[in-house]
Design a protein around this ligand. Structure first.
Ligand SMILES: [Zn+2]
Length: 128
């Protein structure tokens, strides 16, 4: 049973990473594992979450290399979630329960994960 579950997870990650690479991006940016952020999914143990993350990262890196796509790992301290993707202002605090990012400087409102994704895209563009 454990083995079966492992295979299902493995296949799922395989499908996702393949579909991402098929979109032929110029580059892919990933952040290192944020254990704190991932703990919000309480149904999965921390160990499994870490294992899934590293499996995902490994496959992504491998498939990017095969397809001539630049793979960028963002600096661990890059504040992708706390930075406003419009004006660049940095928030002091953004708790995990805040799912919407609201900028203190310009008032911009956006989904927290989308904001972080845009920041990572720009991060990649600046060094790609
Ligand atoms: Zn702003």
């Amino acid at each position: 049973m454990r083995r079966r579950l492992k295979n299902i997870r493995h296949n799922y990650i395989h499908q996702i990473t393949t579909s991402l690479v098929k979109a032929k991006p110029e580059y892919v940016v990933m952040e290192n594992l944020n254990t704190c952020g991932m703990l919000k999914n309480r149904k999965l143990s921390k160990a499994i979450q870490e294992q899934l993350f590293y499996e995902f990262k490994k496959q992504m890196e491998y498939k990017c290399a095969l397809n001539d796509i630049k793979f960028i790992l963002a600096d661990t301290f890059y504040p992708s979630s706390k930075t406003c993707s419009i004006c660049g202002a940095l928030k002091n605090k953004l708790s995990l329960s805040e799912r919407t990012f609201i900028c203190d400087e310009c008032g911009y409102e956006i989904d927290r994960d989308l904001n972080a994704s845009i920041n990572l895209k720009n991060y990649g563009k600046s060094i790609a």
